[in-house]
Design a protein around this ligand. Sequence first.
Ligand SMILES: [Zn+2]
Length: 322
Amino acid sequence: MLQMQWKALIAQFAELSRHQRQQGMKLLCGAPPGQASVALIERTAQARLCCSVCRSLHFHRHGHANDLQRYRCVSCGKTFNALTGTPLAHLRHKALWLDYADCLLNSDSVRKAAQQLGIHRNTSFRWRHRFLALAKTDRPRCLHGITEADEMYLLESEKGARHLRRPARRRGGHALQHGISSEQVCILVARDRTGQTLDFVTGKGQLSKQHLLHCLPPVIDRDILLVSDGHAAYAAFAREAGISHQAVNLRAGIRVRGAAHVQNVNAYHSRLRGWLSIFHGVATRYLPSYLGWRWILDARRILSAETLLKATLGEFPHLTVT
Ligand SMILES: [Zn+2]
């Protein structure tokens, strides 16, 4: 390349997006573009590869299609590949998936991820929910010891819906009624002192004893000490479920009483709220995906695009037993 052309080329470096920089660096290091994603998909699938219809382990290689090795089942003749039966089946542009996983780890909005990767924002939106479908299920199975529980409320949102059942609000907006009403959606968060956290979207309006009875018993040890604020639902729940309970009276200014406080769960709430503000309002029907996404970031079990792409295919990092 002529010196003049080189100077003109590097003068444009300042305009590169983060993704373009990463792509450029990979190319300069000699990596063929996009092959890393496909190789990872094939490798991750190897261990659990079987016919998607009859589950037979007797199959042959059967050519390539859509960048992936195709297999044909000997028993039933059905063809399948590494993505069959996963949330990522039938999606295009696989070469970009590791970069997209990076966008999720960076909490990029749909629009920003689309810009970074040069894909349509509808594709970016579809990928987000497909990527989180399985990844969000990587949650602790049980909470132990002292467990803090607290609820938070978000304004109900029909963002993206074609037909609103109420007048539109701009960018989140404000509730019309004071206090907690059916305009708000309740999110219950329970967190034990090892940091294991579970959340539940209990629906519109105030948290009730019934919500707690529905959500908590399947996921808590019988001998936990439940710590909450003074909300009557927690005390009623604990009585009925036979669980030890201690209430912290936040209104009276008592924030910490020995080990009994709800500061960890409140800190989780505030991290969640701050993070959700990036997205300028989240449609209520997608809240579970966002809560799962938040947990992926908060738990720090998934720190690399490779680990996240594996998790989208159902392979999670091994749990460390605490
Ligand atoms: Zn088969």
